[in-house]
Design a protein around this ligand. Structure first.
Ligand code: PLP
Length: 350
């Protein structure tokens, strides 16, 4: 038997439609569409009404262009494959003044956007005057500016407020240029859900929420995001183990009393995060604890109601990625990115 991953394309379409109906959205489809499959998320998001896409790698941007000659495609990371960028009509992010000075000739004929570094301190401009100088360069076609907040997903601290203010200062400083910019964007899912669209912004730049996960938990209703992926495995063996014995590698868990151990055909080799072990699975609607997680197996402390061949649910509408994220096992993007899809029997709900 094989562990099963079910992916609900209908929900991807609905989620895209729901968010796009609230704000024009640049869908972030980096890392193979958060590991849902680039082609699948492009197609479903497009069906949901989204016409703008962004990713960090050129190969994904080119792939998107091959599927559709009309959509807007933004490359979020710097790149120097100017010929390909021009040929495939990719909008390129210019991430520093040094890059501009070095490549200003090559940038002619390419549509570009400028990124403000802000508190993420990853990529981008730090000074308004540098940005103005490029906006004033008549040889270049700048159609947008953007930033990425470092703390939009954090609560109880004022860092998010501060970086928002810094960005608003940039926007104010570039006031004269705004009318000719088609794309002014900053907000990831969390920022958008907290604040709604910010003034002067033309788009949000959404990831997790489009994939059916809430970026944070408090105050957000589950109906805001329908989980797209569910994962189940099978009980392949039942073993009676006496109290006081240990189970798993390196005596991973010591049983307090006699127990029925269900061996299940999924493990970290399928991409389960090891911390998933700290939370139960569902078998026939009842919760059972995981006692050990190995590469291809997990051991569950079961009872007499469990039989060989029963389904073991790791993720579904009741066991949500966003809830686990809130419990600290890792953000949705990490739980999702780590899944080795090819190790599962894949079912697509269309
Ligand atoms: C990943 C990413 C996003 C999307 O963030 P979510 O929290 O998933 O909505 C937006 N912008 C940039 C630059 C990103 O790298």
């Amino acid at each position: 038997m094989t562990a099963r991953l079910t992916l609900n394309e209908k929900r991807l379409v609905r989620q895209a439609h729901f968010i796009q109906s609230k704000a024009d959205t640049i869908a972030v489809v980096k890392n193979d569409g958060y590991n849902h499959g680039l082609e699948r998320v492009y197609r479903t998001f497009y069906e949901g009404g989204i016409r703008a896409f962004s990713t960090t790698v050129l190969s994904e941007a080119i792939q998107l262009r091959k599927w559709n000659s009309d959509i807007f495609i933004l490359l979020l990371d710097p790149n120097t494959e100017f010929q390909l960028i021009r040929e495939y009509d990719i909008t390129l992010t210019v991430s520093s003044f040094d890059y501009y000075e070095k490549y200003k000739d090559e940038l002619k004929g390419i549509t570009i956007q400028l990124v403000f570094r802000n508190d993420l301190n990853r990529l981008g401009f730090d000074h308004l005057d540098d940005m103005k100088q490029i906006l004033d360069d008549k040889d270049l076609n700048v159609n947008g500016i953007w930033t990425h907040f470092a703390s939009a997903d954090d609560f109880g601290v004022d860092r998010y407020q501060k970086e928002k203010e810094k960005w608003q200062t940039v926007i104010k400083g570039l006031r004269a240029y705004l009318p000719r910019l088609k794309y002014i964007h900053a907000q990831n899912s969390a920022s958008f859900l907290r604040d709604g669209p910010l003034p002067h912004h033309t788009h949000i730049r959404g990831g997790v929420i489009l994939y059916g996960a809430r970026p944070y938990y408090e105050g957000l209703d589950a109906s805001l995001a329908e989980q797209v992926v569910s994962i189940e495995a099978n009980v392949i063996e039942l073993t009676s183990v006496e109290g006081g014995q240990t189970i798993g590698y390196s005596a991973d868990y010591k049983l307090e009393k006699d127990a029925k151990i269900a061996v299940c055909d999924i493990g970290y080799g399928n991409g389960l995060l090891k911390a998933r072990k700290n939370f139960p699975v569902l078998i026939n609607g009842k919760a059972y604890p995981i006692r050990s997680i190995m590469m291809s197996h997990i051991l569950i402390e079961a009872d007499n109601n469990v039989e060989i061949g029963d389904s073991v649910i790791l993720y579904n509408d009741a066991l949500r990625f966003d809830w686990f994220a809130n419990q600290g096992i890792g953000p949705f993007s990490q739980q999702m990115a780590s899944l080795n899809k090819q190790t599962f029997e894949l079912t697509i709900i269309k």
